[in-house]
Design a protein. Structure first.
Length: 154
């Protein structure tokens, strides 16, 4: 019996992204970047971006995007970011339907912070106290995500 086929190209599918919620050692601060481009230009966000189709896994995309936007690599520290959850509200991104796989890194080392620098799609980078993040100045649904993570981990 012939198996039915599914041509994925004929269907409109959401884009898949990664977002990395990174806390410093002892979880005192969260790393946020200021977006260089629209949408939400000038607003704070998690480092992240789109998965390169056919080229990488979500874990590889998370490592690449984190390094591209923050100048920090968790490679030599053997971090395995934890896949925290998936956000898929069709209205979370004004460019179109995206699904974000959100990773959490709980102990960014001081040596990494020393190398922290805004790059690629980021025009600034800053550590914010987990007690007073800029919720009202955050892009996409990142305030909602951060509130949930802080509630679960702190």
């Amino acid at each position: 019996m012939k198996q039915p086929t599914c041509d994925v190209v004929q269907y409109k599918n959401p884009g898949v992204t990664v977002d990395i919620v990174a806390f410093t050692l002892l979880r005192a601060y969260v790393v946020l970047i200021k977006r260089k481009n629209d949408p939400f230009k000038g607003m704070w966000a998690f480092p992240g971006g789109f998965i390169e189709y056919g080229k990488e896994t979500i874990e590889q995309a998370a490592a690449r995007e984190f390094e591209e936007e923050t100048n920090m690599s968790w490679g030599k520290y053997k971090y395995e970011p934890v896949l925290h959850s998936v956000y898929s509200d069709p209205n979370r991104d004004p460019r179109g339907h995206t699904i974000s796989c959100v990773f959490v890194v709980m102990s960014v080392q001081p040596e990494m912070i020393a190398n922290m620098k805004a790059k690629d799609d980021a025009c600034a980078i800053k550590l914010f106290s987990h007690e007073k993040p800029p919720y009202n100045k955050m892009a996409f649904d990142h305030a909602k995500i951060l509130k949930k993570i802080i509630k679960e981990y702190f």
